[in-house]
Design a protein around this ligand. Structure first.
Ligand code: PLP
Length: 375
Protein backbone atom coordinates (compact mmCIF):
# COMPACT_ATOMS: atom_id res chain seq x y z
CA UNK A 1 0.00 0.00 0.00
CA UNK A 2 1.29 3.46 -0.91
CA UNK A 3 0.83 6.67 1.07
CA UNK A 4 0.30 8.46 -2.27
CA UNK A 5 0.20 6.10 -5.27
CA UNK A 6 1.95 7.91 -8.11
CA UNK A 7 2.66 4.60 -9.88
CA UNK A 8 -1.00 3.65 -10.26
CA UNK A 9 -1.72 7.16 -11.51
CA UNK A 10 1.13 6.97 -14.01
CA UNK A 11 -0.04 3.61 -15.34
CA UNK A 12 -3.41 5.19 -16.12
CA UNK A 13 -1.94 7.94 -18.34
CA UNK A 14 1.42 6.41 -19.32
CA UNK A 15 0.74 6.51 -23.09
CA UNK A 16 -0.26 10.18 -23.03
CA UNK A 17 2.79 11.05 -20.91
CA UNK A 18 5.14 9.32 -23.33
CA UNK A 19 3.58 11.21 -26.25
CA UNK A 20 3.95 14.47 -24.37
CA UNK A 21 7.63 13.86 -23.51
CA UNK A 22 8.41 12.86 -27.11
CA UNK A 23 6.63 15.90 -28.42
CA UNK A 24 8.89 18.18 -26.34
CA UNK A 25 11.97 16.26 -27.55
CA UNK A 26 10.79 16.87 -31.12
CA UNK A 27 10.00 20.60 -30.88
CA UNK A 28 12.96 21.32 -28.58
CA UNK A 29 11.53 24.43 -26.89
CA UNK A 30 12.59 23.33 -23.41
CA UNK A 31 12.18 26.72 -21.72
CA UNK A 32 8.76 28.49 -21.86
CA UNK A 33 7.69 26.19 -24.71
CA UNK A 34 4.10 25.96 -26.01
CA UNK A 35 3.08 23.52 -23.24
CA UNK A 36 3.91 26.14 -20.59
CA UNK A 37 1.57 28.68 -22.14
CA UNK A 38 -1.14 26.07 -22.71
CA UNK A 39 -0.90 24.96 -19.08
CA UNK A 40 -1.14 28.56 -17.82
CA UNK A 41 -4.34 29.04 -19.87
CA UNK A 42 -5.83 25.80 -18.54
CA UNK A 43 -4.99 26.71 -14.93
CA UNK A 44 -6.56 30.11 -15.45
CA UNK A 45 -9.77 28.46 -16.73
CA UNK A 46 -9.73 25.99 -13.84
CA UNK A 47 -9.28 28.51 -11.03
CA UNK A 48 -10.89 31.62 -12.52
CA UNK A 49 -7.72 33.65 -11.88
CA UNK A 50 -7.14 36.05 -14.80
CA UNK A 51 -3.37 35.51 -14.87
CA UNK A 52 -1.35 32.40 -14.09
CA UNK A 53 2.44 32.67 -13.99
CA UNK A 54 3.92 29.18 -13.81
CA UNK A 55 7.25 28.89 -12.03
CA UNK A 56 9.98 26.64 -10.68
CA UNK A 57 8.34 25.47 -7.41
CA UNK A 58 5.89 26.43 -4.68
CA UNK A 59 8.57 28.11 -2.59
CA UNK A 60 9.66 30.41 -5.41
CA UNK A 61 5.98 31.13 -6.07
CA UNK A 62 5.73 32.48 -2.51
CA UNK A 63 8.95 34.48 -2.92
CA UNK A 64 7.61 35.99 -6.15
CA UNK A 65 4.36 36.95 -4.39
CA UNK A 66 6.27 38.69 -1.57
CA UNK A 67 8.59 40.40 -4.06
CA UNK A 68 5.79 41.76 -6.23
CA UNK A 69 4.25 43.30 -3.10
CA UNK A 70 7.61 44.90 -2.25
CA UNK A 71 7.75 43.24 1.16
CA UNK A 72 11.10 43.42 2.96
CA UNK A 73 13.01 44.50 6.05
CA UNK A 74 10.89 46.18 8.69
CA UNK A 75 7.65 44.65 7.43
CA UNK A 76 5.40 42.20 9.28
CA UNK A 77 3.66 39.30 7.53
CA UNK A 78 1.02 37.48 9.59
CA UNK A 79 0.82 33.76 9.03
CA UNK A 80 -0.27 30.46 10.53
CA UNK A 81 1.81 28.66 13.14
CA UNK A 82 1.14 25.33 11.44
CA UNK A 83 2.47 24.72 7.95
CA UNK A 84 5.46 23.48 6.01
CA UNK A 85 8.54 25.61 6.73
CA UNK A 86 8.58 27.18 3.22
CA UNK A 87 5.68 29.42 4.30
CA UNK A 88 7.80 31.15 6.96
CA UNK A 89 11.11 30.68 5.16
CA UNK A 90 10.12 32.85 2.19
CA UNK A 91 9.04 35.66 4.54
CA UNK A 92 12.42 35.40 6.30
CA UNK A 93 14.25 35.45 2.95
CA UNK A 94 12.81 38.88 2.10
CA UNK A 95 14.07 40.25 5.43
CA UNK A 96 10.52 40.73 6.71
CA UNK A 97 9.35 39.29 10.04
CA UNK A 98 6.83 36.44 10.18
CA UNK A 99 4.29 36.93 12.97
CA UNK A 100 2.60 33.65 13.79
CA UNK A 101 -1.03 33.05 14.72
CA UNK A 102 -2.30 29.88 16.40
CA UNK A 103 -4.68 27.58 14.53
CA UNK A 104 -8.18 26.20 14.87
CA UNK A 105 -8.21 22.57 15.97
CA UNK A 106 -11.07 21.51 13.71
CA UNK A 107 -9.47 22.79 10.47
CA UNK A 108 -5.70 23.05 11.18
CA UNK A 109 -5.98 26.53 9.60
CA UNK A 110 -5.21 30.00 10.98
CA UNK A 111 -7.59 30.98 13.81
CA UNK A 112 -9.26 34.12 12.48
CA UNK A 113 -10.43 35.04 15.98
CA UNK A 114 -6.82 35.29 17.14
CA UNK A 115 -5.56 36.98 13.97
CA UNK A 116 -7.00 40.37 14.82
CA UNK A 117 -5.53 40.33 18.36
CA UNK A 118 -2.09 39.50 16.96
CA UNK A 119 -2.29 42.34 14.42
CA UNK A 120 -3.40 44.80 17.14
CA UNK A 121 -0.50 43.73 19.35
CA UNK A 122 2.00 44.20 16.51
CA UNK A 123 0.63 47.68 15.76
CA UNK A 124 0.81 48.62 19.46
CA UNK A 125 4.48 47.57 19.61
CA UNK A 126 5.14 49.98 16.74
CA UNK A 127 8.33 48.27 15.51
CA UNK A 128 7.17 46.68 12.26
CA UNK A 129 4.92 47.78 9.42
CA UNK A 130 2.05 45.32 8.90
CA UNK A 131 1.94 44.48 5.17
CA UNK A 132 0.26 41.16 4.46
CA UNK A 133 -1.49 38.06 5.71
CA UNK A 134 -0.06 34.83 4.31
CA UNK A 135 -2.78 32.21 4.69
CA UNK A 136 -2.27 28.48 4.14
CA UNK A 137 -5.04 26.11 3.01
CA UNK A 138 -3.61 23.25 5.01
CA UNK A 139 -4.07 19.66 3.84
CA UNK A 140 -6.20 21.06 0.98
CA UNK A 141 -8.88 22.83 3.04
CA UNK A 142 -9.40 26.57 2.41
CA UNK A 143 -9.01 28.93 5.36
CA UNK A 144 -11.93 31.22 6.32
CA UNK A 145 -11.56 33.90 3.62
CA UNK A 146 -14.68 35.96 4.39
CA UNK A 147 -13.29 36.76 7.80
CA UNK A 148 -9.70 37.07 6.56
CA UNK A 149 -10.82 39.55 3.88
CA UNK A 150 -12.71 41.62 6.45
CA UNK A 151 -9.60 41.82 8.63
CA UNK A 152 -7.28 42.53 5.67
CA UNK A 153 -9.53 45.42 4.58
CA UNK A 154 -9.73 46.81 8.12
CA UNK A 155 -5.92 46.98 8.45
CA UNK A 156 -5.14 47.60 4.76
CA UNK A 157 -3.21 44.34 4.34
CA UNK A 158 -2.74 42.19 1.23
CA UNK A 159 -3.66 38.49 1.30
CA UNK A 160 -1.18 35.96 -0.07
CA UNK A 161 -2.84 32.55 -0.29
CA UNK A 162 -0.34 29.69 0.02
CA UNK A 163 -2.40 27.02 -1.76
CA UNK A 164 0.58 24.66 -2.23
CA UNK A 165 -1.56 21.86 -0.79
CA UNK A 166 -4.92 23.05 -2.04
CA UNK A 167 -5.13 23.12 -5.83
CA UNK A 168 -8.67 21.89 -6.60
CA UNK A 169 -10.25 23.10 -3.37
CA UNK A 170 -13.15 25.56 -3.19
CA UNK A 171 -14.53 28.13 -0.78
CA UNK A 172 -18.21 28.94 -1.34
CA UNK A 173 -17.89 28.25 -5.06
CA UNK A 174 -14.61 30.14 -5.56
CA UNK A 175 -11.45 28.17 -6.36
CA UNK A 176 -8.41 27.99 -4.14
CA UNK A 177 -5.38 29.82 -5.57
CA UNK A 178 -7.82 32.66 -6.35
CA UNK A 179 -9.07 33.46 -2.83
CA UNK A 180 -6.55 36.15 -1.84
CA UNK A 181 -4.89 39.05 -3.69
CA UNK A 182 -2.19 36.66 -4.87
CA UNK A 183 -2.37 32.87 -4.81
CA UNK A 184 0.46 30.37 -5.08
CA UNK A 185 0.65 26.63 -5.54
CA UNK A 186 3.20 23.83 -5.85
CA UNK A 187 3.40 21.00 -8.37
CA UNK A 188 5.81 18.91 -6.26
CA UNK A 189 5.01 15.26 -7.13
CA UNK A 190 3.06 14.53 -3.93
CA UNK A 191 0.85 17.65 -4.04
CA UNK A 192 -2.77 17.36 -5.29
CA UNK A 193 -1.65 18.32 -8.81
CA UNK A 194 1.95 17.17 -9.11
CA UNK A 195 4.48 16.89 -11.92
CA UNK A 196 7.59 14.66 -12.11
CA UNK A 197 10.00 17.18 -10.68
CA UNK A 198 9.60 20.65 -9.20
CA UNK A 199 7.02 23.14 -10.34
CA UNK A 200 4.69 25.86 -9.08
CA UNK A 201 2.50 28.78 -10.10
CA UNK A 202 1.37 32.24 -9.03
CA UNK A 203 -2.23 33.38 -9.60
CA UNK A 204 -3.39 37.02 -9.84
CA UNK A 205 -6.22 39.05 -11.32
CA UNK A 206 -4.31 42.35 -11.46
CA UNK A 207 -2.73 43.03 -14.91
CA UNK A 208 0.15 45.11 -13.60
CA UNK A 209 1.12 42.57 -10.95
CA UNK A 210 1.05 39.84 -13.62
CA UNK A 211 3.54 41.81 -15.74
CA UNK A 212 5.89 42.32 -12.80
CA UNK A 213 5.64 38.63 -11.84
CA UNK A 214 6.62 37.62 -15.38
CA UNK A 215 9.62 39.95 -15.13
CA UNK A 216 10.62 38.57 -11.69
CA UNK A 217 10.42 35.03 -13.08
CA UNK A 218 13.19 35.84 -15.61
CA UNK A 219 15.87 37.83 -13.76
CA UNK A 220 13.80 41.01 -13.58
CA UNK A 221 13.72 41.35 -17.34
CA UNK A 222 12.46 44.49 -19.06
CA UNK A 223 11.91 44.63 -22.81
CA UNK A 224 14.06 41.51 -23.13
CA UNK A 225 16.15 39.10 -21.11
CA UNK A 226 19.27 41.33 -21.19
CA UNK A 227 17.43 44.51 -20.24
CA UNK A 228 17.24 43.89 -16.49
CA UNK A 229 15.14 46.44 -14.65
CA UNK A 230 14.71 44.90 -11.18
CA UNK A 231 16.08 42.12 -9.01
CA UNK A 232 14.34 38.89 -9.95
CA UNK A 233 14.93 35.16 -9.93
CA UNK A 234 15.44 32.36 -12.38
CA UNK A 235 12.11 30.74 -11.63
CA UNK A 236 10.71 29.24 -14.83
CA UNK A 237 8.76 25.98 -15.13
CA UNK A 238 10.27 23.40 -17.52
CA UNK A 239 8.32 22.67 -20.70
CA UNK A 240 8.48 18.91 -19.99
CA UNK A 241 6.83 19.41 -16.60
CA UNK A 242 4.11 21.59 -18.12
CA UNK A 243 3.35 18.73 -20.54
CA UNK A 244 3.03 16.30 -17.62
CA UNK A 245 0.70 18.68 -15.79
CA UNK A 246 -1.56 19.09 -18.84
CA UNK A 247 -2.11 15.31 -18.86
CA UNK A 248 -2.62 15.10 -15.10
CA UNK A 249 -5.10 17.97 -15.14
CA UNK A 250 -7.32 15.92 -17.49
CA UNK A 251 -7.91 13.28 -14.80
CA UNK A 252 -7.69 15.64 -11.83
CA UNK A 253 -11.42 16.10 -11.09
CA UNK A 254 -12.08 12.39 -11.43
CA UNK A 255 -9.29 11.67 -8.95
CA UNK A 256 -10.56 14.30 -6.54
CA UNK A 257 -14.07 12.76 -6.64
CA UNK A 258 -12.53 9.38 -5.80
CA UNK A 259 -10.55 10.91 -2.94
CA UNK A 260 -13.69 12.63 -1.63
CA UNK A 261 -15.44 9.25 -1.46
CA UNK A 262 -12.45 7.72 0.29
CA UNK A 263 -12.49 10.51 2.90
CA UNK A 264 -16.18 9.74 3.52
CA UNK A 265 -15.45 6.05 4.05
CA UNK A 266 -12.57 6.84 6.37
CA UNK A 267 -14.68 9.26 8.38
CA UNK A 268 -17.63 6.89 8.79
CA UNK A 269 -15.45 4.10 10.14
CA UNK A 270 -12.68 5.81 12.05
CA UNK A 271 -14.74 8.39 13.95
CA UNK A 272 -15.47 5.72 16.57
CA UNK A 273 -11.77 5.75 17.54
CA UNK A 274 -10.26 9.11 16.59
CA UNK A 275 -11.26 12.66 15.64
CA UNK A 276 -11.66 12.77 11.87
CA UNK A 277 -11.67 15.89 9.67
CA UNK A 278 -15.08 17.53 9.30
CA UNK A 279 -15.62 19.66 6.20
CA UNK A 280 -18.24 22.34 6.76
CA UNK A 281 -20.75 23.48 4.13
CA UNK A 282 -19.16 25.76 1.55
CA UNK A 283 -15.73 24.23 1.95
CA UNK A 284 -14.32 21.79 -0.58
CA UNK A 285 -10.97 20.25 0.31
CA UNK A 286 -8.37 19.11 -2.22
CA UNK A 287 -7.47 16.30 0.23
CA UNK A 288 -3.72 16.71 -0.03
CA UNK A 289 -3.69 14.81 3.27
CA UNK A 290 -6.25 12.93 5.33
CA UNK A 291 -5.22 13.82 8.86
CA UNK A 292 -6.81 12.37 11.98
CA UNK A 293 -6.26 13.37 15.63
CA UNK A 294 -5.97 10.75 18.36
CA UNK A 295 -7.96 11.43 21.53
CA UNK A 296 -5.28 10.45 24.04
CA UNK A 297 -1.51 10.21 23.84
CA UNK A 298 -1.41 7.09 21.67
CA UNK A 299 -0.34 8.72 18.38
CA UNK A 300 3.17 7.27 18.11
CA UNK A 301 2.03 3.83 19.27
CA UNK A 302 -0.82 3.84 16.71
CA UNK A 303 1.52 4.97 13.97
CA UNK A 304 4.01 2.18 14.77
CA UNK A 305 1.20 -0.39 14.82
CA UNK A 306 -0.15 0.75 11.44
CA UNK A 307 3.36 0.67 9.96
CA UNK A 308 3.81 -2.88 11.31
CA UNK A 309 0.60 -3.81 9.48
CA UNK A 310 2.05 -2.45 6.21
CA UNK A 311 0.11 0.82 6.32
CA UNK A 312 2.27 3.90 5.68
CA UNK A 313 1.56 7.03 7.76
CA UNK A 314 3.11 10.49 8.06
CA UNK A 315 3.17 13.18 10.74
CA UNK A 316 2.43 16.67 9.42
CA UNK A 317 3.94 18.37 11.42
CA UNK A 318 6.12 17.26 14.32
CA UNK A 319 6.68 20.92 15.33
CA UNK A 320 4.73 24.15 14.84
CA UNK A 321 6.75 26.51 12.57
CA UNK A 322 7.61 29.15 15.21
CA UNK A 323 9.32 26.45 17.32
CA UNK A 324 11.67 25.31 14.55
CA UNK A 325 15.37 25.89 15.20
CA UNK A 326 15.64 28.25 12.22
CA UNK A 327 13.35 30.65 14.14
CA UNK A 328 15.21 30.46 17.48
CA UNK A 329 16.26 34.11 17.23
CA UNK A 330 12.64 35.24 17.35
CA UNK A 331 12.11 33.67 20.78
CA UNK A 332 8.65 32.23 20.18
CA UNK A 333 7.33 30.06 23.04
CA UNK A 334 5.20 26.90 22.85
CA UNK A 335 2.65 28.51 25.25
CA UNK A 336 1.80 31.06 22.56
CA UNK A 337 0.53 28.32 20.23
CA UNK A 338 -1.30 25.76 22.40
CA UNK A 339 -3.50 24.40 19.62
CA UNK A 340 -0.65 24.00 17.12
CA UNK A 341 1.41 22.22 19.79
CA UNK A 342 -1.49 19.89 20.58
CA UNK A 343 -2.00 19.09 16.88
CA UNK A 344 1.71 18.33 16.45
CA UNK A 345 1.41 15.70 19.19
CA UNK A 346 -1.90 14.12 18.13
CA UNK A 347 -2.08 14.32 14.34
CA UNK A 348 -1.50 11.41 11.99
CA UNK A 349 -1.93 11.42 8.21
CA UNK A 350 -3.23 8.23 6.56
CA UNK A 351 -2.82 6.97 2.98
CA UNK A 352 -4.86 9.23 0.67
CA UNK A 353 -5.00 8.81 -3.09
CA UNK A 354 -7.54 7.91 -5.76
CA UNK A 355 -6.28 4.33 -6.11
CA UNK A 356 -6.90 2.94 -2.61
CA UNK A 357 -8.69 -0.41 -3.03
CA UNK A 358 -11.34 -2.18 -0.95
CA UNK A 359 -8.59 -4.55 0.20
CA UNK A 360 -6.55 -1.56 1.38
CA UNK A 361 -9.56 -0.30 3.36
CA UNK A 362 -10.15 -3.71 4.94
CA UNK A 363 -6.51 -3.81 6.01
CA UNK A 364 -6.58 -0.30 7.45
CA UNK A 365 -9.85 -0.79 9.35
CA UNK A 366 -8.72 -4.19 10.70
CA UNK A 367 -5.54 -2.56 11.96
CA UNK A 368 -7.53 0.17 13.76
CA UNK A 369 -9.91 -2.44 15.24
CA UNK A 370 -7.00 -4.50 16.52
CA UNK A 371 -5.26 -1.47 18.04
CA UNK A 372 -8.29 0.01 19.77
CA UNK A 373 -9.59 -3.34 21.04
CA UNK A 374 -6.64 -3.32 23.44
CA UNK A 375 -7.29 0.24 24.67
C1 PLP B 1 4.97 22.09 -0.39
C2 PLP B 1 4.66 23.38 0.22
C3 PLP B 1 5.35 24.56 -0.14
C4 PLP B 1 6.55 24.54 -1.04
O1 PLP B 1 6.37 24.01 -2.30
P1 PLP B 1 7.63 23.43 -3.11
O2 PLP B 1 7.11 23.23 -4.49
O3 PLP B 1 8.05 22.18 -2.44
O4 PLP B 1 8.71 24.48 -3.07
C5 PLP B 1 4.95 25.75 0.41
N1 PLP B 1 3.93 25.81 1.30
C6 PLP B 1 3.26 24.71 1.68
C7 PLP B 1 2.12 24.84 2.64
C8 PLP B 1 3.61 23.45 1.18
O5 PLP B 1 2.95 22.35 1.58
Amino acid sequence: MQFIDLKAQQARIRDELEKSYLNVLDHGRYIIGPEVLELEDKLSDYTGAKHVISCSNGTDALSMALMVLGIGKGDAVFTTAYSFYATAETILLTGATPIFVDIEKSTFNIDVNKLEQVIDKTIAQNKLTPKAIMTVDLFGLPADYKEIRRIADKYDLKIIEDAAQAFGGQYFGESTCNLGDIGTTSFFPAKPLGCYGDGGAVFVNDDEMADVLKSIRVHGKGADKYDNIRVGLNARLDTVQAGVLIEKLKIFDDELDAKTNIAKKYGEYLSRYVDVPVFEDGYKTALAQYTIMVRGDERDELSAHLNDCGIPTMIYYTKPMPLLKALDDYGYKAEEFPVAVECSKKCLSLPMHAYLSDDDFAKIFDAFDAFYSTK
